[in-house]
Design a protein around this ligand. Structure first.
Ligand code: FE2
Length: 376
């Protein structure tokens, strides 16, 4: 198997859109209160902030939860006929906002708009006793939004409009998730290059990797993917589109069920994937099943690794090597009612790629699940 992967390093030299990192992800969900409890108990997030009726909102409520650098906002409408409610009716639960942490949200917005972005929200400042936050927003694929968040003049728990969410009696331990490694978007057939160009032109991202249907195909299904990165490499957005195959690809299944383009998976990093996955499994998180034959040839494929292969086999963790090192990864089953979004847990040991050598095993695992759903 060819595991050679060349990464075109991003550069900060010509970066007109400096981004410090992922600020938060906002999910629109049917029941924010229960979803927050799910992420706390099963994924090890902690309570951070709340906004709702008690803070003066009339038509929605949001719970903010955090684990190390990862922050999720879970938002539900409190009445019928809202934009949030319509979004949920169409797409099911899913990621609405990928917020990017910037030093100047007004500059980021104006630059993006000059370069052809579609506006979601003009720069808007909110203040409270802890300072001010400036946010602005543009659309990306589907109905998904990038918010630019400027918080250099803010010292509070999250941002104005939110109060601290205190849950002294229930704060489950972290499972060791550290930060968002990458976020993948699924776009419609023929649309991948349009969104590659969007990230290049509007956001100043560079394409660092690409995979075609020769890299990512099984007997039945195929997809194509290009990985976009910002200048400092902290934001990585692979973009997938379906490719022709004998049967319906997982990307088409996603697009059908999400009823449009959107975030397919969020990869979160850990420094100890074995402990993290043991912990997640014991809390009820379900992962894609990998046949144990995968592990028969693992050593030959990736060479010497620090981890015990038997433990990896037991937990279903995948390994891939590139020119710079190796990585360990595992994929949850969809965490939504519809077969749409899922999480990846990833531990990088030098490797900066995305697990190309695992694509085949992974896709066959997804196809087995599609078969059970009758959507292959
Ligand atoms: Fe991934």
């Amino acid at each position: 198997m060819n595991t050679s992967v060349t990464i075109n390093r991003p550069s900060t030299d010509t970066d007109f859109m400096p981004i410090n990192g992922t600020d938060y992800l906002e999910f629109y969900v049917g029941n924010a209160k229960q979803t927050a409890l799910f992420y706390k108990s099963a994924f090890g997030f902690q309570s951070l902030a709340y906004a709702g009726l008690e803070t003066g909102l009339k038509d929605k409520e949001s719970y903010v939860i955090a684990q190390d650098k990862i922050r999720l906002i879970l938002t539900s409408p409190l009445k019928s006929g809202t934009e949030i409610g319509k979004h949920i009716d169409k797409h099911g639960d899913g990621v609405k906002v990928i917020a990017l942490w910037v030093d100047d949200a007004t500059y980021a917005y104006e630059t993006a708009m000059q370069r052809g972005a579609k506006s979601y929200m003009e720069p808007f400042t909110t203040t409270d006793k802890d300072g001010e936050v400036v946010q602005s927003g543009i659309y990306t694929y589907g109905e998904t939004v990038h918010m630019f968040t400027e918080r250099k003049n803010y010292n509070g728990v999250f941002m104005p409009g939110f109060e601290e969410w205190k849950t002294p009696h229930y704060n489950p331990e972290s499972v060791g998730l550290k930060y968002v490694d990458h976020m993948v978007g699924n776009v419609a057939l023929g649309e991948m290059n349009r969104w590659v160009e969007f990230y290049e032109k509007v956001m100043g991202f560079k394409q660092i990797l690409s995979f075609d249907d020769n890299d990512i195909s099984t007997e039945y299904t195929a997809l194509m993917s290009k990985v976009m990165s910002n200048g400092n490499g902290r934001i990585k957005f692979p973009i997938n589109e379906p490719a022709a195959g004998l049967k319906k690809s997982q990307i088409e299944e996603y697009l059908d069920f999400y009823e449009g383009e959107g975030v397919q998976h969020v990869a979160v990093a850990t420094d100890d994937i074995i402990t993290t996955v043991k912990n997640l499994r014991s809390r009820g998180i379900e992962f894609l099943n990998i046949p144990s034959t995968y592990y028969d040839t693992l050593q030959a494929r990736v060479g010497k690794i620090d981890e015990d292969i038997e433990s990896l086999n037991e937990l279903g963790i995948l390994v891939d090597r590139d020119d710079e090192g190796y990585l360990l990864q595992i994929f949850t089953r969809s965490v939504m009612p519809r077969p749409t979004m899922f999480f990846e847990i990833i531990q990088r040991k030098g490797a900066n790629s995305f697990g190309k050598g695992n694509f085949k095993a992974l896709f066959e695992a997804i196809e087995r699940e599609q078969e059970l759903r009758g959507t292959l």
